[in-house]
Design a protein. Sequence first.
Length: 334
Amino acid sequence: MKPVYIFQSGMLSRKGNTLAFKSQEDEKTKYFPVENVSEIKIFGEVDLNKRVLEFVSSNNIPIHFYNYHGFYIGSFYPYEHNTNGMTIVKQVEHYLSEKKRLILAKKFIEGAMRNMLKIVEYYERRNENQSPRSYREKLQEILARLDSVASIEELMAQEGNYREVYYSFIDDVVVSDDLFKMGTREKRPPTNCMNTLVSFGNSLMYSTVLTYIYQTPLDPRIGYLHSTNFRRFSLNLDIAEIFKPVIVDRTIFNVVNKKMINEKHFKKVEGGIHLNDDGKKIFIQDYEDHLNTTIMHKSLKRNVSYRSLIKQEAYKVLKHLLEEKEYTPFLMRW
């Protein structure tokens, strides 16, 4: 099973047991056997009806919608979700307990920090100058203070400090092209090319994680690092923190340093800079390649894809909530 990305405007419909997309531009129709579809990500102006929604719902296929600029705006997911009462009770219990919530939130941040540190260490091994070493030492100092953090707010502040050093490292060591220097992190709208790539990649990761949470009994609306509120999912944001360095950042380094994406793939719109459709397609292809990359899993003793590891991570969180096994975040080897 694999995701379907739709960039063109057109009509999505059901044809028997197959999804069909008819493009408004060339009137060609593409067919997607439903048994091969894990999720649908829509970037274009697409018409669909209740029959399509019933069909994807019965086959447990979520649809994720993105706006014109590539920002995630919402999802349709099957009503017959795997969530059960006991899991929700345990999720809420761990959210309402400051101690239990902080334990999980720290785990998510620790995983994110250690995976960013792995990237710095990788470049340190490849560099003869001392620059990566100084960044590594700064990051290790912040990481060492993690155990003493006493609140979610303090944890988020430490994470912000860590990312500031990490992004400076990327500008100084990883990226040589001035076009892709980040400077400071800006989100909506991003005002330079690197911020655009980070925002777009993170948006993809959030919906990817959401798809795999749907396949577990977990409720994605109840998170621990990111506050639960009335407007959005938050558990997917928590788990995504661990995989952003592993998938998103490495995708960015690849498309930038191999010059797969350049200035022609960006456009200035409404005071910000955004990827055009060609740029999005190039980025998504490399993003998917990274997700499908397999590594040897120590405990399973077989090769598994990063896509499978994301789903496994959700189940690890579930086991922690049910008090079956303490959660430890995924740490990459690079």
